[in-house]
Design a protein around this ligand. Structure first.
Ligand code: LMR
Ligand code: MN
Length: 464
């Protein structure tokens, strides 16, 4: 399906946390099991031949002609719900063909008109409003889609699939608390509803109710209901199981891999470019960025000293990790670049370090990564976790490294940092960090585009 401007933006907005992205509009709601819908009211049956003729044009893909025919019908019979629905669908088709958000907006209004006509058949109202809400979401009009979805729920209070859609509508604007209420209602009406279960579990997990989330995520994925076979649910189910120390996590990762959601059991990023070389640990030579690595290692003391000075004077520039990745401890970061954008203010604190980096667009231009200092204090454990994308590799330059007590595992191999040395790993593979040293550990993190991405991909991939 082609996509007018909106969709990429929507996705980019929703995907900024490693592994904890909100739902995007990609989830298909369960199809209601029902008989053939009745689309014609009494009057429309009397003009069926004319309606059929127009619909035939539409079915044949004669988009402009179909629209003309339905427009003529709407002018002739303004009270015909089926005529107006045909007009809406033809505008919808034309919007797709012309990739025009403006025409799509027209279709959205026309779908709404259908539902407001007196004597419109209920099946037609439902179809029309559902498509309206779907297209509103497609355009990023999340508030508008919520109004439409709420209208649907009010008109058809027994149809739990509409409530499920409303819940997604709330999740799309980040209103988890209303989404939660909606799924609670569904689960009272339909305790076996797999779609409601996975979403309810997802919300509980986002609230850090890890143990509680597991039976919902598990039951939902096991149901096989439409909309439940989604990488995010395998991701969060496995993560929840890992956090409660249940080895069954890997069974779900394996299944997620078999169902095509993960590149492998260990590599579980959800925003991927297929076919990129994938291994947990990399050498500088393998990345092709040996110049950058050399420059970091040659200048490590300068980078360290600028970082230490900021730590002393403007400590507040270091922000605590906020993606719920820690089991315990104290871990903060000071970010210089993210999503390929330089933080000018941050760079004022570490000007030489930033000047040095400017020479390396493979890093400063990496819109799916960051450049940052990372300080971790003793008594910290970072849960096993997986970054959002396979499009970057992550360099760690050791700056202040305690003699012992710090280590990082990526996939099945542990490493430790050394002062003035760069480690390189692919953080789309599961990794985990322990800091049990006597003193703090400071490193400098430099993300780079995956070396196999083409210049065109580096320009066009949506930021994360
Ligand atoms: C990570 O990138 O997840 C961590 O390894 C960062 C850090 O400071 O160790
Ligand atoms: Mn990480």
């Amino acid at each position: 399906m082609t996509s007018p401007a909106g969709l990429n933006c929507i996705k980019a907005r929703l995907v900024n946390h490693a592994g904890f992205s909100l739902l995007s509009s990609g989830v298909a709601p369960p199809a209601a099991k029902k008989k053939k819908p009745k689309l014609l009211n009494k009057f429309d049956k009397t003009i069926k031949a004319e309606l059929d003729a127009a619909e035939k044009l539409r079915k044949k893909g004669k988009v402009e002609e179909a629209l003309k025919a339905f427009e003529a019908l709407v002018n002739k019979y303004p009270q015909s719900p089926r005529g107006r629905y045909g007009k809406a669908q033809s505008e919808d088709d034309l919007a797709e063909k012309m990739r025009s958000n403006e025409i799509l907006q027209k279709a959205i209004s026309t779908y709404e008109e259908v539902a407001s006509l007196s004597n419109a058949p209920t099946d037609l109202i439902k179809l029309s409003l559902k498509r309206q809400a779907d297209r509103q979401q497609f355009l990023g009009r999340m508030r508008g889609s919520l109004v439409t979805l709420q209208k649907l729920v009010d008109l058809f209070p027994n149809d739990t699939s509409l409530k499920n859609d409303l819940g997604v509508g709330y999740l799309l604007i980040g209103d988890n608390s209303n989404a939660k209420k909606v799924y609670e209602e569904v689960l009272i009406l339909a305790p076996d509803d797999g779609f409601a279960k996975v979403h309810y579990g997802f919300i509980l997990k986002a609230e850090n109710k890890i143990a509680e989330s597991i039976p919902y995520l598990k039951g939902g994925v096991e149901s096989g209901d439409p909309g439940t076979d989604d990488g995010r649910f395998y991701f969060h189910l496995g993560d929840a199981l890992q956090r409660v120390g249940n080895k069954e996590a890997y069974k779900w990762y394996e299944l997620g891999y078999q169902r095509g959601h993960f590149a492998s059991v260990w590599q579980r990023s959800l925003y991927n470019v297929k076919g990129l070389k994938a291994q947990p640990w990399w050498t500088a030579k393998e990345t092709g960025y040996a110049e950058l690595v050399k420059s970091l290692e040659r200048n490590w003391k300068l980078i360290r000293d600028e970082g230490l000075a900021v730590m002393d004077k403007r400590k507040s520039l270091f922000l605590p990790e906020d993606e719920n990745l820690r089991e315990k401890g104290d871990w903060s970061q000071f970010t210089l670049w993210q999503q390929g954008r330089k933080n000018e203010n941050a760079c004022k604190g570490v000007p030489k370090t930033c000047a040095l980096l400017e020479k390396y667009p493979e890093s400063t231009g990496c819109r799916r990564g960051q450049i940052k200092y990372s300080i971790m204090h003793p008594g910290t454990h970072v849960w096993p976790h997986t970054g959002p994308t396979n499009c970057r590799l992550r360099m760690h330059l050791g700056l202040v490294i305690p003699k012992e007590g710090c280590k990082i595992r990526c996939a099945q191999e542990n490493r430790t940092w050394e002062e003035g040395k760069v480690l390189i790993f692919d953080d789309s593979f599961e990794h985990e960090v322990w800091q049990d040293a006597e003193d703090y550990r400071l490193i400098f993190i430099v993300d780079v585009w995956h070396p196999e991405l083409t210049p065109q991909q580096r320009r066009s991939l949506p930021a994360i």
